[in-house]
Unconditional design. Structure first.
Lengths: 249, 240
């Protein structure tokens, strides 16, 4: 019973472009998005970056709730939705309206996958995010669970975080095993989501450069016809401005 | 999947069938005297031997501080505002209300989800979204609505606490000053509550009456709900 979910149908009416990446921890999506960011800027685009669960409004609360381990599947889900709402309103919509490119590291599909695994109803979480806008491009970085685990253990992080490993779900007392079980379930949810919302699946086991090349080609094609705003010629930090002295009337 | 005790998509991971207690909600706009009457009701019920737990809007451990901070900033968008309330409500539902109902308490709720419905609606003109979001709420056994007209309410609020930014709905820019905005905002809320009173069959109590009369009316509505719930004081509670 798919109701008129705005998401599945209508595109947003704004002149900017919204590009998002999804995938489990260790899929390498943040790396790819960062590289795309660099490339877009080098092409002279105005780019704004935003990240899942990063708004000041909610970050403190989530931290407190995690610390006291009092978060339930529903409050966990609602807090992330609050964070998203706040970022949508303050960070995503203004640049889109201004015609900029917005890059989002994780989007509502993260909630659809993760919160459902945590135990909320899949219909409910989809209705919860009914106010979200549909991205212009949504990449899903698909990676087998073992690859993700070895990347994370090898990498700078060295170990799994409590919630990232789903330790609150009592799947296994062993952190790595808990991560494996939890993230495998998330992968299964993502499979459904990819189909439901038509995300672009990327093979995240390939070399970083190969993936990036592919991603840039897809973005380039999608941006054909897009009129970039080049007010500052792609400079991110502008320390001075040249202005004309108004002529006397 | 839908459980009759929930409004919409329920808490899948909880079983609501073992909730022995009763959930009673008192609704009404700011300044109608809800809190005073709840205190009197609690006293009255406890004297009779009922275990009573009260729960208040925005009073959850998780969210009360966050909401205060957020409101102090005065720059909340409609969704964040409604979602902060929803998170607060979910935290209280799962950590206070449901455990208390399981233990056979009478839960008195100072405001319930109808407040969220009204506040969201006056900011959005879309009734479906917030109702879907709060679909996990338990349907109360009884809802009493303390109804007041906006003229009387304005006088009462000025006499007591004074008008504040949020109670006046200043974020909606309805009027030039606090007073005009308060009246317009509260009128909209009252209008919404009146519509919901019909839709959800609230027991409407005229909040302009004397406190004694109001209290008696409330007790009159509550008594039948509690019948068959628990033997009166003196005898020991036997879970059936």
């Amino acid at each position: 019973m798919s109701e008129s979910h705005l998401l599945t149908t209508a595109s947003h009416p704004h002149p900017g472009k919204l590009i998002i990446v999804e995938g489990i921890d260790g899929a390498g999506k943040s790396t790819q998005l960062q590289l795309l960011h660099k490339w877009l800027e080098s092409k002279g685009h105005k780019v704004f970056f935003t990240e899942w669960n990063s708004s000041e409004l909610v970050k403190e609360t989530t931290k407190r709730g995690k610390k006291s381990k009092s978060l339930t599947p529903t409050t966990f889900s609602l807090l992330h939705a609050t964070d998203f709402a706040s970022r949508l309103y303050h960070q995503i919509l203004p640049p889109l309206k201004a015609g900029m490119i917005v890059l989002a590291d994780r989007y509502i599909y993260t909630a659809f996958a993760r919160d459902v695994v945590r135990g909320v109803a899949d219909e409910w979480v989809r209705k919860l995010y009914a106010f979200a806008i549909k991205p212009d491009m949504a990449f899903y970085f698909n990676v087998p669970i073992e690859v993700a685990i070895s990347r994370l253990l090898r990498g700078t992080r060295g170990q799994f975080k409590y919630y990232e490993a789903g330790m609150d779900m009592d799947l296994s007392p062993d952190v790595t095993e808990s991560f494996r079980l939890f993230q495998s379930r998330i992968l299964a949810e993502y499979d459904k989501i990819v189909e439901e919302y038509g995300l672009l699946t990327m093979d995240a086991t390939l070399e970083i450069e190969t993936q990036q090349e592919h991603m840039r080609a897809l973005v380039e094609a999608a941006l054909r016809g897009y009129k970039p705003r080049r007010g500052t010629y792609g400079r991110r930090t502008l320390f001075w401005r040249r202005f004309e002295i108004p002529k006397s009337e | 999947m839908a459980d009759a005790r929930f409004f919409g998509d329920g808490l899948k991971y909880l079983n609501p069938s073992d909730l022995k207690g009763k959930l009673i909600a008192i609704e009404g706009t700011d300044g109608v005297g809800r809190t005073t009457h709840l205190e009197m009701l609690q006293e009255w019920l406890e004297v009779q031997g009922y275990g009573v737990m009260t729960t208040g809007w925005t009073r959850s451990n998780l969210m009360s501080k966050t909401i205060e901070v957020a409101k102090a900033g005065n720059i909340l968008d409609r969704w964040s505002l409604s979602l902060l309330y929803a998170t607060d409500f979910a935290d209280r539902l799962e950590h206070q209300i449901i455990p208390a109902l399981r233990s056979g308490f009478v839960v008195l709720a100072d405001r319930y989800i109808y407040t969220a419905f009204a506040r969201d609606f006056v900011r959005s003109a879309d009734r479906a979204w917030i109702r879907n979001v709060l679909g996990f709420a338990l349907i109360p056994d009884l809802v009493c609505y303390l109804r007041i007209d906006v003229e009387t309410l304005a006088l009462r609020v000025i006499e007591t606490t004074g008008m504040n930014y949020w109670e006046s709905g200043m974020d909606l820019r309805l009027g030039g000053d606090l007073y005009d905005s308060f009246k317009k905002y509260q009128s909209l809320l009252i209008g919404e509550f009146d519509k919901m009173a019909l839709e959800f069959r609230f027991n409407v109590v005229d909040a302009r009456k004397s406190p004694e009369e109001i209290q008696n009316e409330l007790r009159g509505y509550i008594l039948p709900v509690l019948q068959n719930h628990k033997p009166p004081s003196g005898t020991k509670a036997v879970p059936s």
